[in-house]
Design a protein around this ligand. Structure first.
Ligand code: NIG
Ligand code: FE
Length: 389
């Protein structure tokens, strides 16, 4: 038996489908949405909503697609408060802090690791995230990477193998041997447990040649590449991502004109992670330059215990508007439809008949309030596959 629920009296419905409503976000005013089981069954004028068993009165508030977070590092243990404190007293961020979390993650029990992920997934869901990618990358042994992916798989299908996060201390003198491990026995164990492969392509992590070797090996095993690219310095990451047909190049903070051109000509989404710049006191990526060049932009909080310990997409929308010169419409699109593009998903990130009923009701009359009212918890309710979170 199907259950149908209508959400009526929506002041502004963001569909992200320009053919359904006004402007690039396809806005429908005074709208209703009907959910049947886990799908959207009907959208239109609130006054024409069909009769259903259950009804939710939105009370003149805004409804939008659930946030699609395409970049998180939730499988970790430990805490880096001290590192953050030191940074706020002037010490710069470096990739080296990752090793602190690696030690804590290796030492954690399966139960503790799982409880930690459960905690942050709940936190993200409460804030309106309905699709969430989760990476490994704090295990860095075959067993610890495989168990990280196992833990992540209990919460999402969007699981990413990031064995190439940094070279772990036991391989400090032989990075080539670590690349052999990541592309050999570790990949054998991890490939069946993941959808994506990622590399931190950066000075102090993996160079362009190493990244190419790792991503190509993953692709041969059916994993689609995504790349941590150009976060701390200009480098080969972005152009490598485009060349290999990666779904996404993430960070994109330090870009040359050639990087922007490559992104504009390729299919790779530029995923911007302004929580990282906020929490490392670094200059923000130039979103305007990317958008004006025609690049597809996504936003994500990059939740991790080092560079960006926030799971809040709303916060990133506000940062993107205030600090990165995105319009509120562009930022909301990037947090929903943009994230879906970065995960190559066509069933989420928009509101249309037949798509997943992943929806967020705001305590505000318009999606613009996400930027207009920074820091305010505006998510009043969220439905995940038609079920109230
Ligand atoms: O996306 N850049 C690499 N990875 C994370 C940082 C991880 C950490 O500092 O623990 C990021 O910023
Ligand atoms: Fe990251």
């Amino acid at each position: 038996m199907t259950t149908a629920t209508a959400i009526i009296d929506i002041s502004t419905l963001v569909t992200n489908d320009p053919s359904l409503g006004e402007g690039p976000l396809g806005l429908i005013r005074d709208a209703a949405v009907v959910m049947e089981d886990d799908r959207i069954a009907w959208i239109g004028d609130s006054s024409k909503a069909p009769a259903t068993d259950n009804q939710v009165d939105a009370g003149g508030r805004a409804l939008l697609p659930g946030f699609v977070d395409s970049h998180s590092h939730l499988v970790f243990a430990g805490d880096r408060t001290e590192e953050f404190n030191a940074r706020m007293s002037g010490r710069p961020y470096s990739a080296g802090g990752i090793r602190t979390t690696v030690a804590a993650t290796r030492a954690a029990s399966d139960q503790d690791l799982d409880a930690n992920v459960a905690h942050y997934v709940r936190e993200a869901r409460r804030q309106g995230t309905t699709t969430l990618e989760i990476k490994s990358g704090y295990g860095l042994t075959s067993q610890d990477e495989a168990r990280s992916l196992e833990v992540a798989s209990a919460y999402t299908d969007e699981v990413t193998y990031l064995g190439a996060h940094v070279v772990p201390p036991e391989f400090a003198d032989d990075a080539a041997a670590y690349v052999d491990l990541v592309t050999g026995p570790m990949l054998d164990l991890c490939a069946p447990r993941a959808r994506w492969i990622d590399v931190f392509c950066e000075r102090g992590a993996f160079d362009g040649d190493q990244a190419r070797t790792i991503l190509t090996a993953g692709a041969r095993r059916g994993l689609t590449p995504r790349v941590h690219a150009n976060q701390l310095t200009q480098g080969p990451g972005v152009q490598l991502a485009v060349e290999l047909g990666a779904a996404s190049a993430d960070h994109c903070t330090h870009l040359s004109d050639a990087d922007v051109d490559a992104l504009a000509q390729g299919d790779t989404v530029a995923t911007l992670l302004p929580g990282a710049e906020f929490s490392t006191r670094s200059p923000y990526p130039d979103a305007r330059r990317l958008l004006d060049a025609g690049v597809t932009v996504a936003l994500s909080p990059d939740c991790n215990p080092g560079s960006s310990f926030t799971s809040s997409m709303s916060f990133c929308v506000a940062l993107a508007v205030r600090e990165m010169r995105m319009t509120p419409d562009e930022a909301v699109w990037a947090a929903t439809a943009g994230g879906a593009r970065a995960l190559r998903r066509t069933d989420v990130g928009r509101v249309a008949v037949g798509l997943r009923a992943d929806l967020v009701l705001l305590d505000a009359p318009s999606h613009v309030h996400l930027a207009y009212r920074p820091g305010v918890p505006l998510v009043a309710a969220a439905w995940h596959g038609g079920t109230l979170v």
